[in-house]
Design a protein around this ligand. Structure first.
Ligand SMILES: Cc1cc2nc3c(=O)[nH]c(=O)nc-3n(C[C@H](O)[C@H](O)[C@H](O)COP(=O)(O)OP(=O)(O)OC[C@H]3O[C@@H](n4cnc5c(N)ncnc54)[C@H](O)[C@@H]3O)c2cc1C
Length: 385
């Protein structure tokens, strides 16, 4: 049976931070994550804050992962503007909350956890291995038992582990909390419900549309009729080449007046300000039923290939790195890239009947419960053994 000082159940931001910190304190710690890859099961809006506390009680991400966090981690944009938009049909009243956002704040960066968490895992794993610990993915912790003074952790996939302590970092629906009866299940009035989509948009278009300098970002909160009378609100954060659009509501408020997560997102997207923020020129294919099945397939393949090239080239052209295409010798000058994009577009329209319409491109969709720290704080630490 493998033995460790600590087992950490769950490889989200909380578990990875615990692994790094414990390993740096010379503890042997094993982190067990149910997902096949780190980052695939984790959702945040999200802005990652580093806060100032005069009493030094806050562990910020750079305290745990090192002062080079900001320069090395795959974070998106430094949030410089923080606006609240109150919406009523076509009317929007905007308040600048930037000073509030900056109060006692070292920084706030927009982040995507499926990019950031694998980076945290790499760092945490390096430290853990020095102490004989590490990270195991694709393994589900299913039981915890106490045998005399021994604490045994069971999984669905591997042999048992013997540990001195367990950290439950397995998220809002913590199975560890349930197995150990260390905390009551959250009630609807103790949690929020969050839903989020990631929308693709080229880097330079984001900066132009949101009036941002390079690598800087803005955060937009939405209140008013977009909430469909629920307690909570919407958010839109700028990432490097995407936007995070979503909403967070009191769960009890959603239960008393049920709507689907998709309806909540649709309500946001319908808002005139949000639809202007997220819009892009999107190719729309046309079926050609006059052709034989075989010719239809051939045509679909050609259109797919052309759209892929168009998309890749366009994203590169509208990015800071567009000079790479010239430096690599693929194009003579930047203007030639634009010419190529225009020619592909012309072919798509004229040869294949593709239309270019105002729409948005959704990459990912996720929904999750979030504990409300103020409404569900644990009364005391839990001890056993
Ligand atoms: C829409 C939305 C917007 C948000 N916006 C923000 C924001 O802007 N800023 C912010 O700071 N926070 C935000 N949050 C909250 C924040 O994202 C979460 O609080 C945070 O990600 C929680 O991290 P965690 O590591 O505690 O849990 P999780 O990220 O949920 O990780 C738990 C992990 O445990 C694993 N696991 C579960 N059960 C087991 C088991 N039995 N065995 C092994 N592994 C298991 C899961 O696979 C998962 O990877 C937002 C959340 C949502 C949903």
């Amino acid at each position: 049976m493998e033995e460790y000082d600590v087992a950490i159940v769950g490889g989200g931001s909380a578990g990875l931070s615990a692994l790094k910190k414990l390993s740096d304190l010379n503890k042997s710690a094993i982190l067990i994550e149910a997902g096949d890859r780190i980052g695939t099961k984790n959702v945040s809006g999200g802005i990652l804050y580093s806060k100032r506390d005069p009493h030094g009680r806050i562990y910020n991400v750079e305290d745990v992962f090192g002062p080079d966090f900001v320069s090395n981690a795959p974070i998106e944009r430094l949030i410089k503007k923080y606006l609240l938009h109150a919406t009523s049909k076509n009317k929007i009243f905007t308040m600048d909350l930037t000073p509030l956002h900056e109060y006692k704040t070292n920084f706030g960066f927009s982040v995507l956890l499926n990019k950031l968490n694998p980076w945290l895992a790499e760092r945490a794993s390096e430290s853990a291995e020095k102490q004989g610990g590490g990270i195991i993915t694709g393994v589900h912790v299913s039981d915890i038992q106490w045998m005399g003074d021994k604490t045994i952790l069971r999984t669905n996939e591997l042999e048992e582990f013997q540990v001195n302590s367990i950290i439950a970092a397995d998220g809002v629906n913590s199975e560890v909390a349930e197995i150990t009866a260390s905390r009551d299940k959250f009630k609807p009035d103790e949690v929020y419900f969050g839903v989020k989509v990631i929308i693709k948009l080229p880097e330079n278009i984001i900066e132009e549309r949101f009036h941002l300098n390079s690598s800087e970002g803005s955060a937009h909160l939405f209140a008013g009729d977009i909430t469909l009378n629920h307690i909570g609100g919407g958010f839109l954060y700028t990432n490097l080449q995407t936007l995070s659009l979503g909403a967070v509501y009191h769960y009890d408020s959603l239960l008393s007046n049920p709507v689907t997560p998709a309806q909540l997102i649709d309500e946001l997207i319908k808002n005139p300000l949000i639809s202007e923020y997220i819009k892009d020129e999107v190719p729309l294919r046309r079926d050609n039923n006059d052709l034989s099945k075989e010719d239809q397939l051939k045509m679909q393949l050609s259109v797919s290939k052309l759209i892929k090239t168009y998309d890749e080239l366009r994203y590169k052209y509208f990015s800071k790195n567009n000079v790479e295409l010239v430096e690599s010798g693929k194009f003579r000058i930047i203007e030639d890239i634009k010419l190529k994009i225009d020619n592909i577009k012309k072919d798509l329209i004229e040869k294949y009947g593709v239309q270019f319409v105002n729409n948005y491109v959704e990459l990912e969709y996720s929904a999750k419960l979030i504990p409300d720290g103020k409404r569900c704080m644990m009364k005391r630490p839990y001890y056993k053994n």
